[in-house]
Design a protein around this ligand. Structure first.
Ligand SMILES: [Zn+2]
Length: 396
């Protein structure tokens, strides 16, 4: 069935490919219990790209969680990676059919339409069109990486980097409404345990209230968020931030709680590290401990992901700006609020920026759609960029 569908999509037809990909449920099984993962969607995309003349490798990033790596052009020349994820989030609360790719008013509706099957389709079509436009003389190589699990642990792009897949630059086609986004925030998840002493509720003289201590710490973190963090900034991303995520503790109404676990999330800007973030929270704990001898807390980083930052005058940003202008599009350079796989590529030494069709505000939402004309415009810009980048036309 996948082969039949693949055969019906004309080479370089980004909109038809978007429809086909949206029709395939690829919910991330780590986020949705019944999610089937990327296996079927990856198989279909691999069939399409083979039919379009790509050299295609489908390889598991984890058991049953494949990446599609498809190459076109000549290896050894200048290279450009297009990277996009095939997994989507759950569909609870959606107000329309998530999988029928219904079209109304020039929009394709469905889970993953904007985040980010429109972007994946645009990048695949662009790669094919760039090579076609060059006739027989395409000297560089375009690597299309359609990856697994971006929505959870980024197993796909982590594996890609581990396998040694490299390029001179990368475009991650997450939804940016065709703005260039060279930077995004990182995040650090912290688990802070305050330790009290359990005692009968009447025994104020021996009980130590771990929940109150967590509250005192929250007040310190609020000062950090309202006084200190606004003083830091990044030209595209603005200030960093911290907020409480969950809190647990307490035994019963008449017992001093012996323990409270507070989880907080800190969103970082380029230049901030997980170690620095942990040290800030430890310093807040130390200030409290100096005022109250009974205050005692452990601070642990449970997850952290780096921010991503490519300079706005980097060659790939300039090349994409030129491709936009040459395509008659406005050039907007903005920051992305959410974390993406671009950070992993940057950490591996591949300058990676975001550019794609669709609006991140519709990602993971009850209603999700992507405008077909935006997919087309993105594909046209990306095809021009790939041609210019790989053949070094118009580079400054
Ligand atoms: Zn996404």
């Amino acid at each position: 069935m996948a082969v039949t569908a693949a055969g019906s999509i004309a080479r370089g037809d980004a909109v038809a490919l978007t429809r086909e990909l949206v029709r395939i449920d690829s919910r991330n099984p780590s986020l949705a219990a019944s999610g089937p993962g990327e296996r079927v969607v990856a198989g279909t995309l691999a069939d399409v790209l083979r039919a379009w003349g790509f050299r295609v490798d489908v390889r598991d990033a984890a058991p049953g969680r494949p990446n599609v790596i498809a190459r076109i052009g000549k290896s050894g020349g200048r290279s450009l990676m297009f990277n996009g994820h095939l997994d989507v989030v759950g569909v609870d609360g959606m107000v329309h059919d998530p999988w029928n790719a219904a079209e109304r008013d020039g929009r394709i509706y469905g889970r993953g339409s904007t985040d980010m099957k429109g972007g994946v389709a645009a990048m695949c079509a662009a790669a094919a069109r760039a090579v076609d436009a060059a006739g027989g003389s395409f000297d560089g190589e375009i690597i299309v990486a359609a990856v697994a699990d971006e929505e959870f642990e980024s197993l796909g792009t982590r594996a890609l980097v581990e396998w040694g897949v490299r390029a001179d630059a990368a475009i991650v086609t997450e939804p940016t409404r065709l703005a260039i986004m060279p930077a995004h925030r990182g995040f650090v998840w912290l688990e802070i345990t305050t330790h009290g002493r359990a005692a009968h509720g009447s025994r104020w003289d021996i009980g130590v209230d771990a929940i109150r201590d967590a509250g005192l710490l929250l007040a310190e973190l609020d000062r950090l968020d309202s006084d200190e963090l606004p003083r830091r900034g990044h030209a595209l991303l603005g200030r960093p931030s911290i907020h409480a995520s969950t809190i647990e503790g307490g035994i019963g109404m008449s017992t001093y709680p012996d323990r409270c676990v507070l989880r907080v999330e800190r969103r970082t800007i380029p230049g901030e590290t997980a170690d620095q973030v942990r040290a800030e929270v430890e310093a807040a704990c130390a200030r409290l401990a100096s005022r109250r001898a009974t205050f005692h807390a452990d601070v642990r980083v449970t997850v952290s992901q780096s921010p991503s930052d490519v300079p706005v005058d980097a060659p790939i940003v300039r090349a994409l700006s030129r491709a936009l202008s040459a395509s008659g599009e406005a050039v907007a350079i903005e920051g992305m609020s959410a974390w993406t796989d671009a950070a992993l590529l940057n950490d591996a030494g591949i300058p990676a920026i975001l550019f794609g069709p669709g609006d991140i505000a519709l990602a993971h939402a009850a209603e999700e759609w992507v405008a077909t004309e935006e997919i087309e415009r993105a594909a046209a810009v990306l095809a021009r960029l790939a041609g210019d980048w790989c053949t070094q036309r118009g580079t400054v």
